[in-house]
Unconditional design. Structure first.
Length: 195
């Protein structure tokens, strides 16, 4: 039996071959379309919702180690006390990762003899630090009130961290906060949520 397509006559065998080629071509196009859409979605997610950063240095030991890979979230993010954040330090001219100690309007007091950090009159319980806070970089006179639209940050490795205690870093503008560290993806032994 013969079939017509576009005023041309095909045998059943030719017609079946034509449909098979068309079917394979459509399937390849569908796969390519799916891959392209997937790549587009991944790019959107990592541009507007998440980013991957690499820890550089030892200022966040023992919480974070040099070379670890982290996922940070930055969409609609507002820094909160205790968060680990990645920020652009204009003074150091590089990206750094630190812990938020206080936000705008809060008062920070550091007693370098007693090794305590106090925010709004309450001594912080800091089980995450590497050693007691002894280093004073002379950037502030304490007690110190965090200016509007800024945060006061410190590294968990207090005596090896250049942070808001230092005049070069100072308080970080909210506009310079790239995001909050939420997940460790490398090394795989430390895979999981950043606390």
């Amino acid at each position: 039996m013969e079939k017509k397509k576009n005023n041309e006559v095909f045998s059943n065998e030719d017609y079946d071959k034509f449909n098979q080629k068309k079917s394979v071509g459509n399937e390849v196009l569908e796969w390519l379309e799916s891959i392209a859409i997937s790549i587009f979605i991944v790019v959107l997610v990592f541009t507007f919702i998440f980013r991957i950063v690499i820890v550089d240095g030892s200022s966040m030991v023992p919480t974070l180690e040099n070379g670890q890979r982290l996922v940070i979230s930055h969409l609609f993010y507002t820094p909160k006390q205790g968060d680990i954040v990645v920020v652009n330090s204009t003074g150091l001219n590089k990206t750094i990762i630190k812990r938020v100690i206080a936000t705008e309007g809060q008062t920070v007091d550091i007693d370098f003899d007693k090794h305590t950090v106090t925010v709004d009159g309450k001594v912080l319980d800091e089980p995450y630090i590497n050693e007691p806070t002894a280093r004073n970089d002379g950037g502030n006179t304490y007690p110190f009130t965090v200016p509007e639209n800024t945060i006061f940050v410190m590294g968990d490795n207090r005596n090896e961290s250049t942070d808001s205690r230092n005049a070069i870093v100072g308080c970080i503008s909210i506009d310079d906060v790239l995001g909050k560290a939420v997940f460790r993806i490398y090394p795989f032994s430390g895979f999981g949520r950043v606390k």
